[in-house]
Design a protein around this ligand. Structure first.
Ligand code: GLA
Length: 404
């Protein structure tokens, strides 16, 4: 019920965004259309902070997109692309021969990083003008930056004819994030934005970089995303710190990959690990196990088990990995307190943490009531407003066929 309604909300928003971007392109930039692309944000159902630890993650692309429309520039010798952001009402110029180091500031860095990746492949980028619009909440932990990178890469592939594979595209965008945005992220966000499929979750094996699709359609359960509207500072530094704590714990455990580490291996080395390293290790090992079990639970509709695993994932992220924050904990507590009686199956923080969003599984028929209850209680407790929406698993990056 609610899903069907929400599906039309998601697709209506997407259509409106496409229209806005195209009409802005028409008024702002002359020239023949040469590319029109979209790439989605993502929400991760379970498997947090283990993509950079050779683990499994279980995300889906969401019905919120970055859209780019481009016209070929009439002067073929112009050495830059001109890009206008509808949301920021700002124009930037990106050098077509982008080098290995960032020269831009802010959102231009993500785009320059993707340009640089194509240049490094030996691809010549022709000058163009483009308009970008987005309805992926910015700073909501839903990978708006990965969506921007992947939409840009999809546009450049279209304009240049560079037939890079999907995996090459995801890796190129991840590298842009590392080098140009300075965030040493794993592969999950860019991968989800590239590989997303309608009505499918992705069980990504971050060691082999393969992905198994897990069907998830209107089986009576909705994925509810709640943006806490809080983004704490220090996220970049904390993220890199977690990565290095995991690396140092693994080195002390003396096994090459977290995939081969058992709980017994961690326990056996407890005395050599610092308390922090021990707790980080406990999170990694237990979260890998939870994710594999949860994928099987989704596959077979064992909702109670999936819910228990999601709740346990949140506890582990809060206590052992220490990447939650009060606002996220409040949202999860409210959802869990509503409980089965109100149709809540499970709830957890999603993404990098320190703010951003939670993901909650809710019985379809109860979604509207759950949203109302969460919003009211969250405001009572924190004084803040949260934004809620349900999303189906959505199609990943693609060329939009309608001519701009
Ligand atoms: C961020 C990173 C991802 C992943 C998550 C945590 O979103 O970009 O690679 O590590 O945090 O699971």
């Amino acid at each position: 019920m609610f899903l069907a309604e929400d599906e039309s909300v998601g697709s209506k928003l997407f259509t409106a965004l496409q229209q806005d971007v195209v009409s802005e392109l028409e008024t702002r930039f002359a020239g023949a259309p040469c590319g029109f692309t979209a790439a989605p944000g993502r929400v991760n159902l379970i498997g947090e902070h283990i993509d950079y630890n050779d683990g499994f993650v279980l995300p889906m692309a969401i019905e919120r997109y970055v859209v780019i429309a481009a016209n070929r520039c009439e002067d073929p010798t112009r050495p830059f692309a001109r890009i206008y952001s509808l949301d920021l009402d700002a124009t930037i110029e990106i050098p077509l021969n982008a080098g290995a180091e960032p020269t831009m500031e802010g959102w231009g860095r993500y785009i320059e990083g993707v340009f640089s990746g194509f240049v490094a492949r030996g691809t010549t980028i022709p000058p163009f003008d483009a308009v970008i619009g987005s309805n992926v909440p910015h700073g909501g932990g839903l990978s708006s930056s990965a969506a921007l990178e992947v939409a840009t890469a999809t546009l450049l592939a279209e304009i240049t004819g560079d037939a890079l594979t999907k995996l090459e595209k995801a890796l190129l965008c991840q590298r842009a994030e590392h080098v140009f945005a300075g965030v040493p992220c794993g592969i999950m966000d860019q991968y989800s934005s590239v590989f997303g499929e309608a009505n499918q979750l992705m069980l990504i094996d971050c060691q082999s970089q393969d992905c198994e699709l897990v069907p998830f359609d209107s089986s009576g359960v909705s994925v509810l995303i709640t943006n806490s509207n809080v983004k704490h500072e220090l996220t970049g530094g904390e993220y890199a710190e977690r990565r290095s704590q995991c690396d140092s714990a693994l080195a002390k455990i003396g096994i090459a990959s977290w995939r081969d580490v058992s709980w017994e291996d961690v326990a056996a080395k407890q005395s050599e690990l610092t308390d922090e390293e021990f707790r980080r290790a406990r999170h990694v090992v237990t979260e890998i196990e939870r994710t594999i079990k949860a994928a099987d639970g989704f596959r077979n509709g064992r909702w109670e088990e999936v819910g228990t695993l999601m709740n346990a994932s949140h506890d582990s992220l809060r206590d052992d990995f220490e990447v939650s924050c009060r606002e996220l904990d409040v949202l999860v507590e409210i959802a869990i307190e509503l409980g089965q009686e109100h149709g809540v199956i499970g709830s957890r923080m999603t993404g990098g943490g320190f703010g951003g969003s939670t993901v909650t599984l809710v019985e379809d028929a109860k979604v509207a009531d759950v949203i109302a209850a969460i919003q009211q209680k969250y405001q009572e407790v924190t004084g803040l407003k949260c934004d809620c929406f349900a999303s189906h698993p959505a199609l990943g990056a693609h060329v939009i066929q309608t001519q701009p």
